[in-house]
Design a protein around this ligand. Structure first.
Ligand SMILES: C[S@@+](CC[C@H](N)C(=O)[O-])C[C@H]1O[C@@H](n2cnc3c(N)ncnc32)[C@H](O)[C@@H]1O
Length: 266
């Protein structure tokens, strides 16, 4: 699956090739992640040289003030196999043994609309004794009440939504006033030698390795294509402000190729 060549630079949401509307885009995204779920973790760590762990850990640390409140309600959207949710729980539990203060703290909730991802996430939580629960949910139609979370995060998932504005409004709906959002995403790297090198790797090398190992060339061609079409950091910051958030902050890592947006629900 590649992105339609005729797409405009900043889409309303992702549009995998052949999808004519939001419903078809979401269906294609769901099918794609269902297909690659068995190799997802392995390829993630391999293709990022395990830097993905560092990016998620930094993201979790960014919200430690909220996470240290044991009764704070935390939701990780598009959680996949759960790695950001686990990082959030690790920050929350501090240096204590995972099971030590389990009863005292509210479990982080991870949600995703691909069941094979959630099956893996639940197994990882069981093995690592993490206080995280996983439930199936579409990020654009969350089954949670208004104003019910203190923190909502997403790592490398938001870009795949069929409607970015609706995604941000839905997050704002479930956040308590003053609650925070964190969106970790890939972005087009900056100029300079390292940016150019990374661009070459991301566009030319990564899709080949990912395609060869997963047996799904379309899925790994979709990755750089969808990043190229995703709003710029300034564009996403503006969309956050438009959809009811304040104190928008942008952190840029890995030569501008990984961006964390954080903001507070106004
Ligand atoms: C690239 S993976 C990221 C997984 C995980 N957050 C991580 O850091 O590895 C993107 C995930 O977003 C999920 N996803 C995409 N669109 C979604 C939607 N509308 N609702 C819920 N999950 C969605 C996919 O099923 C997939 O598991």
């Amino acid at each position: 699956m590649t992105l339609a060549a005729s797409s405009k630079a900043q889409l309303d949401g992702t549009r995998p090739e052949g999808s004519r509307d939001e419903r078809e885009a979401a269906a294609q995204v769901r099918e794609m992640f269902t297909r690659i779920a068995p190799r997802y973790d392995f390829l993630n760590h391999l293709l990022s040289f395990s830097l993905d762990h560092v990016w998620r850990w930094r993201t979790a640390r960014r919200f430690r003030t909220i996470l240290m409140r044991p009764r704070a309600r935390v939701l990780d959207l598009c959680c996949g196999t759960g790695d950001l949710a686990f990082a959030l729980d690790r920050v929350r539990s501090g240096s204590a043994a995972p099971s030590a203060s389990r009863e005292a703290r509210r479990p982080v909730i991870g949600s995703d609309f691909v069941e094979p991802m959630l099956v893996r996430a639940r197994e990882k939580a069981r093995v690592a004794q993490r206080a995280v629960v996983f439930s199936a949910a579409d990020a654009l139609h969350l089954p949670f009440q208004d104003a019910s979370f203190d923190l909502v995060t997403s790592a490398f998932g938001f870009r795949n939504l069929a409607n970015y504005e609706q995604g941000l409004r839905e997050i704002a709906r479930v956040l308590k006033p003053g609650g925070e959002v964190g969106i970790l995403e890939f972005s087009e790297p900056g100029s300079g030698v390292m940016g150019a090198l990374f661009r070459f790797y991301f566009r030319r090398i990564l899709p080949r390795i990912g395609g060869a190992i997963s047996g799904d060339r379309q899925a790994y061609a979709y990755l750089p294509g969808s990043v190229a079409k995703f709003p710029s950091p300034a564009g996403l910051a503006a969309l956050l402000e438009k959809t009811g958030y304040a104190e928008v902050r942008v952190a840029s890592w890995n030569f501008g190729s990984v961006i964390l947006h954080s903001a507070r629900r106004a």
